[in-house]
Write a protein that binds this ligand. Structure first.
Ligand SMILES: Cc1cc2nc3c(=O)[nH]c(=O)nc-3n(C[C@H](O)[C@H](O)[C@H](O)COP(=O)(O)OP(=O)(O)OC[C@H]3O[C@@H](n4cnc5c(N)ncnc54)[C@H](O)[C@@H]3O)c2cc1C
Ligand code: FES
Length: 278
């Protein structure tokens, strides 16, 4: 496999998840590693012919039939045209790239997933993967925050997992007033507030975090106060990327490269790196 060369893919389906975000399902060569062999937290590079290429987190689970789920927020020159993509449209994909969440280290542990905004994309991939072998893990808790209820994505799916008792779910939104017709037990508070009343066993809890970098310092300091060790806290960092394969240096985090060493790092790895969390 040449990791610099995209392979062809077509849009299989696109559906809105929120006013500015869609779930894009692609179909590519069955059995190709870009669709069949990735860890949650890894990413691919999606290219739109004649427009550009961007990194996107996997949002679903690996598939042998070549299908790939991506959650796309339409913000710029590559992501905006994708809003009007239609089944059959051609794109390119290459990957998987980077390091994902350390599934093997999670065996037998309680998992605390913390998602803010679009951070739900890789954490949905992690959650679906964990649920495929639910018996391997202890408590599964998802804390998920968004700016308003309309921006909470995959709600039906998440509430169904909660109803079946396979996960514990806590939701929050930033702005008061938007919760009136929202889902049950949706708090109005910033994401780190959900950690305040959380009872966890720090010695057997691993935290997986993806969200806006601005909340990372507070989340990490609250987890440390609760007694969770730095090597049990994993965060996904987002940096501007170009090559995606460690050649251009665009995604540097101190001496580490987000595209090859990350995007998922343990806090123990980042602790000495100035500016790593911003
Ligand atoms: C490892 C990794 C994983 C990612 N996973 C996802 C994912 O699953 N889904 C997803 O939608 N995006 C994801 N992103 C971000 C995605 O790559 C950017 O949104 C994308 O590069 C924007 O490309 P563009 O050409 O459309 O925007 P540009 O034309 O490059 O940017 C246009 C404007 O939008 C701003 N902007 C760019 N990105 C964002 C953003 N995310 N939110 C708000 N404003 C922004 C820019 O600052 C600029 O002002 C990921 C990035 C990385 C590094
Ligand atoms: S994106 Fe080029 S080195 Fe990371």
């Amino acid at each position: 496999m040449n990791s610099h060369l995209p392979i062809p893919a077509v849009v299989a389906a696109i559906r809105p998840l929120a006013v500015d975000t869609s779930l894009l399902t692609l179909h590519t060569e069955p059995g190709h590693p870009v669709a069949s062999s990735f860890l949650p937290g890894q990413f691919l590079q999606l290219s739109l012919p004649g427009v550009g290429e961007i990194p996107l987190s996997y949002c679903g689970v690996p598939s042998r039939d070549g299908s790939i789920e991506l959650c796309i927020r339409h913000v710029g020159h590559v992501t905006t045209p994708l809003k009007s993509a239609a089944p059959g449209d051609a794109v390119g994909v290459r990957g998987p790239f980077g390091h994902g969440f350390p599934l093997s280290a999670y065996a037998g542990q309680d998992l605390l997933l913390i998602a803010g905004g679009l951070g739900i994309a890789p954490l949905r991939s992690l959650l679906l993967t964990l649920l495929k072998q639910r018996e391997l893990w202890g408590r599964l808790t998802l804390l998920y925050g968004a700016r308003e209820t309309g921006a909470l994505m995959f709600l039906d799916e998440l509430l169904e997992f909660q109803r079946r008792g396979v996960i514990e779910l806590q939701l929050t939104v930033d702005r008061p007033g938007y919760c009136i017709n929202g889902p049950p037990e949706c708090r109005v508070a910033l994401l780190p507030a959900l950690l305040e009343q959380l009872a966890l066993e720090p010695g057997r809890t691993c935290a997986a975090i993806c969200g806006p970098p601005v909340v990372y310092p507070l989340l990490v300091s609250r987890l440390r106060l609760l007694g969770v060790a730095d090597d049990r806290i994993h965060l996904s960092l987002e940096r501007r990327m170009k090559c995606g394969v460690g050649l251009c240096g665009h995604c540097a985090v101190g001496t580490r490269l987000c595209c090859v060493d990350g995007p998922v790092f343990s806090f123990a790895e980042l602790a000495g790196i100035e500016g790593a969390l911003v």
